[in-house]
Design a protein around this ligand. Structure first.
Ligand SMILES: C[S@@+](CC[C@H](N)C(=O)[O-])C[C@H]1O[C@@H](n2cnc3c(N)ncnc32)[C@H](O)[C@@H]1O
Length: 212
């Protein structure tokens, strides 16, 4: 890893790893939990990649019998995910890896999942292209993401606040993730708005037939 923005992202998440679960405790309980369940209930396939596993908040939703490989850029976040996997006695392979340069051959996964990750990946289109490469043709790519709200005043406000939020916490608050999915050459199957105004979206896309 040599890119400055990627190193900065990694160190931001290493820094907030000890307090990450605490920071998100309330919203996790009242919203994220439900959305994670919704996403994982739609995952189709036996070999699944989770990108940006973080502290392992999705681990308890992994469908039984599915072989999950989970990666993250931050070793401190990953350590917590590893602990969670062991405590819950879940079988998953965890490794330190950059979503922008996945060390997997083409088309080895049936599906890929990321939750609240493409707000932080420095080059989201490159990361999404990587998902399209490692997922078999026609395989699912499921994303749960907070995105820029498409309203003139709120959208502009998100643009203005974005540099401060990034420095303080890591994620961008003004990413246009559904548009990035298209730019990455993936085929969007469905976009669900999980909160009014479209602040949080569940995007279901597919690696294009013939792409791999
Ligand atoms: C906001 S956290 C979300 C963690 C987890 N997915 C969740 O739902 O709680 C974003 C995670 O993405 C990881 N991340 C950011 N950029 C990444 C990259 N280029 N490759 C892999 N992981 C990355 C961060 O280290 C962090 O753990």
């Amino acid at each position: 890893m040599d890119d400055k923005a990627t190193i900065q992202t990694q160190s931001r998440y290493n820094r907030i790893a000890p307090v990450y679960d605490l920071m998100e405790g309330i919203i996790e309980r009242f919203a994220f939990r439900r959305w994670r369940e919704r996403l994982w209930s739609q995952v189709d396939g036996n070999r699944v990649l989770e990108v940006g596993v973080g502290t392992g908040k999705n681990v308890s939703y992994y469908p039984s019998g599915v072989q999950v490989t989970a990666v993250d850029l931050s070793e401190k976040m990953l350590e917590r995910a590893q602990r969670r996997v062991q405590e819950l006695d879940i079988k998953a392979d965890l490794c330190l890896m950059d979503a922008q340069r996945l060390a997997f051959p083409d088309a080895v996964f049936d599906a890929a999942v990321a939750t609240f990750v493409f707000c932080s990946v420095p080059d989201p289109v490159l990361g999404l292209q990587e998902l399209g490469r490692v997922v078999r043709s026609g395989g699912q790519i499921l994303l749960l993401e907070h995105v820029r709200v498409n309203k003139p005043v709120i959208g502009k406000l998100m643009d203005l606040l974005d540099p401060f939020v990034v420095r303080l916490m890591g994620p961008h608050i003004n990413r246009r993730t559904a548009e990035n999915v298209k730019k990455a050459g993936l085929e969007i199957e469905r976009v669900e708005e999980l909160v009014p105004g479209g602040l949080v979206k569940l995007v279901v896309a597919r690696a294009k037939q013939g792409q791999n």
